[in-house]
Design a protein. Structure first.
Length: 233
């Protein structure tokens, strides 16, 4: 697998002005990180009616503030950079809100931050990040299965990947898909291999160097083990 376009690359393009490629880059950032960012905001007590606007404001602040140019892409992962930027953004927003309540006085407001609050933010962000990557890999795998086996084939096979849907034995699936039990086992094995390939590519887009991929995959597996069972089986 060649090393793909990373989130750093996307952010670099998105900080530029004007063209269609820059708009597309910004759209990719929104799509990939909207859920992790908004999940931390909700956990921080941001009113639900403000979450959408504030999430958009956060992304725009990245574009306009040149955070990308001040970050060292060779140290740390994009996920860590983005979470730290979000925490600073929320602290600034809280100060602005408190100042407005005091009639616009520009007094400094100290916000309590400790290691436990950071760990809570990181876990929420990482869980949403992991689920976003997992879902993207499942979607990409599903599209490939559908081309070969159709919608019904995917609906029957995806349970072996996600745990969602009706679990049938290989004999039943063989009758449905028109193949023997051995063929079904091979189909499931190929599907899982494709999923791992897509997941690895999704993870690769969130790091700055190929050697970081395995580290992030290990973290993703650890985080996904903590997710509620109802989400993916």
């Amino acid at each position: 697998m060649t090393f793909p376009e990373t989130s750093w690359t996307i952010l670099a393009e998105a900080t530029l002005n004007g063209g269609e490629s820059e708009k597309a880059a910004l759209g990719k950032l929104f799509e990939r990180y909207w859920t992790p960012i908004s999940s931390v905001m909700r956990a921080r007590g941001v009113p639900s009616e403000r979450v959408e606007d504030l999430t958009q404001d956060f992304f725009l602040s990245l574009m306009e503030g040149g955070f990308f140019r001040r970050a060292d892409r060779e140290r740390g992962k994009f996920r860590t950079f983005l979470l730290n930027a979000l925490r600073n953004f929320l602290a600034d927003d809280a100060r602005r809100t408190m100042a407005a309540k005091r009639g616009g006085q520009l007094e400094r407001v100290e916000l309590r931050e400790d290691s436990s609050s950071y760990e809570d933010d990181a876990l929420r962000f990482d869980l949403a990040w992991a689920e976003t990557l997992f879902d993207a890999a499942v979607l990409a795998t599903g599209e490939e299965v559908k081309k070969k086996r159709g919608e019904e084939g995917w609906e029957s096979l995806q349970v072996f990947l996600t745990g969602e849907g009706e679990m049938r034995n290989y004999a039943e699936l063989g009758q449905l898909l028109g193949m023997g039990e051995g063929g079904v086992k091979s189909e499931v094995s190929r599907m899982r291999a494709k999923f791992r390939e897509h997941l690895r590519r999704e993870v690769a887009m969130t790091v700055s160097a190929p050697h970081e991929i395995d580290e992030e995959l290990a973290l993703l597996r650890d985080v996904m083990m903590r997710r509620p069972a109802k989400d993916h089986g």
